[in-house]
Design a protein around this ligand. Structure first.
Ligand SMILES: [Fe+2]
Ligand SMILES: [Fe+2]
Length: 471
């Protein structure tokens, strides 16, 4: 079961060959996908050999094969984690009942919506990152970028398989629409706002993979709990791929911080700009921006939609089984931060209405772990600076703080106070221009751009100075 059949046009472990209609439908979508990839995937590099991992098994051990591939020849496929025997629904009104192998009629449109919203983010991030190869700080990073892009493409396949397989004509139309929307397009934008933002430079890319791919981890984790078993199994395997994306972000930011520390020491200054580095307070401002826009992806903390999804068993909380409650949430109360008359206060509501905030707060806690690792780098270099996540209300466009001015430390500000200080907290235009000016490609084997330290080890069993991309 776990093995993946690569003799098929569409590699898969779902016995696609046994469902001729579905197979034919997906095979008809495949060339449209490849056209999209060629148009909106990485700009250039399509004829270069890239050291990529390809899934060969969905089991715990040794699921990936590494080798040089030209990106358009990558074998995108449909890989579901192995079914869990006798799996039952873990939460909501139907808790304890067997999971569904088909979509119940009454949940069809809600489930389709959840799948479309998730699926739409996958090609969106590829589009956002399509120019970054032109300014890669090393071949190692270039390869990591393409690995992330390739796998986001595969995540689209994962969601499209569900749409084709379980949602009939409407599902097929949604799958086509996924290839028609474009990140940042005024007429046909991607569904979620953070996926219409630009990812203009590598500092933003590492922030995106740290903060926004981590939103993906939490959304997929919540969907993995779903009573709709094919969705659960798809998300389970996607999460394995996602881990590498977040590693790219966490280690990338760590390497930039390390390089900044090196330059600070070498030149005995806090301002490493004249020496081609990125200042620590600039990195902090990028953290503030990316963390706050990524929190918006969780939606409003209090949400009746999320409550409906939860009660119906469509979407749970992250690591539902680890939650120390009844997994029904109909009687308990929980608190969340809100604002009224210029005062931040702890509001409360039925726990069922606060599912979004539960997932978001787990996410925030997880984000803090990387920040602590970055601070250890600073401490190890005897640099007196501490990176911090801003307050949950800072720079929010969704939820109770959407129209409030909240400082990173959680002070409520007037419009004037906000305007006077915002350039301390969010990247200024000037600063972004400076970061962009550093984005000069370094394609020599084993070399790194001057604003980032080398990684401590290479990919798979290779060394850092391996030829990850053959240009
Ligand atoms: Fe993804
Ligand atoms: Fe990702």
């Amino acid at each position: 079961m776990a093995g993946i059949d690569y003799s098929q046009k569409i590699p898969n472990n779902v016995n696609l060959a046994e469902d001729r209609r579905l197979q034919r439908a997906l095979e008809a979508w495949q060339p449209k996908y490849v056209d999209w990839w060629k148009e909106m995937g990485p700009d250039g590099f399509m004829a270069d050999d890239v050291y990529l991992r390809t899934a060969i098994d969905v089991g715990k051990e040794g699921w990936a094969h590494f080798g040089h591939v030209q990106m358009p020849d990558y074998r995108w496929g449909i890989f579901l984690a192995e079914p869990e025997k006798d799996r039952t629904i873990g939460f909501g009104d139907l808790k304890g009942e067997p999971v569904w192998q088909e979509v119940p009629g009454e949940y069809r449109s809600d489930l389709r919506r959840l799948i479309v919203v998730q699926g739409d983010t996958e090609p969106a991030s590829v589009e956002q990152q399509r120019l970054l190869g032109k300014s890669a700080p090393s071949l190692y990073d270039l390869r990591n970028l393409f690995q992330v892009n390739i796998e986001e493409g595969r995540h689209l396949w994962a969601m499209v398989y569900l749409l084709f397989g379980y949602f009939g004509r409407e599902g097929r139309e949604e799958a086509d629409a996924m290839l028609e929307r474009r990140s940042g397009d005024p007429d046909q934008p991607r569904i979620l706002e953070a996926f219409n933002e630009k990812t203009p430079d590598w500092l933003s890319f590492f922030m995106f993979t740290y903060f926004t791919d981590r939103d993906g981890k939490y959304q997929l984790g919540a969907l993995k709990e779903s009573a709709f078993d094919p969705l659960s199994r798809t998300c389970d395997f996607m999460l394995k791929e996602e881990a590498h994306h977040m590693f790219v972000g966490a280690s990338g930011i760590g390497r930039i911080i390390q390089r900044t520390c090196d330059l600070m020491k070498e030149h005995n200054t806090e301002d490493v700009g004249p020496h081609g580095g990125i200042n620590l307070d600039t990195i902090q401002r990028y953290i503030n921006f990316h963390y706050s826009v990524s929190m918006d992806l969780f939606g409003s903390p209090k949400s009746t939609n999320a409550a409906i999804y939860y009660s119906a068993g469509l979407k749970g909380r992250f690591a539902e089984a680890n939650k120390d409650d009844d997994h029904l949430l109909v009687s308990g109360e929980s608190t969340f931060l809100s604002i009224r008359d210029g005062q931040i206060f702890e509001d409360s509501s039925r726990s069922l209405n606060l599912v979004n905030d539960d997932v978001r707060s787990d996410y925030s806690e997880d984000c803090g772990k990387g920040v602590r690792r970055w601070n250890r780098i600073l401490a190890d270099n005897n640099v007196d600076f501490e990176m911090k996540l801003p307050h949950v209300g800072f720079h929010r466009a969704v939820g109770p703080f959407a129209n409030a001015n909240i400082s990173p430390t959680g002070d409520v500000l007037s419009d004037e106070q906000w305007e006077a200080s915002v350039s301390k907290w969010l990247p200024s235009e000037e600063e972004q221009v400076y970061v962009s000016s550093l984005m000069v490609p370094e394609y020599r084997v084993g070399k790194m751009a001057g604003w980032i330290a080398a990684p401590s080890s290479g990919i798979n069993t290779q060394t850092v100075d391996y030829e990850y991309v053959k240009l």
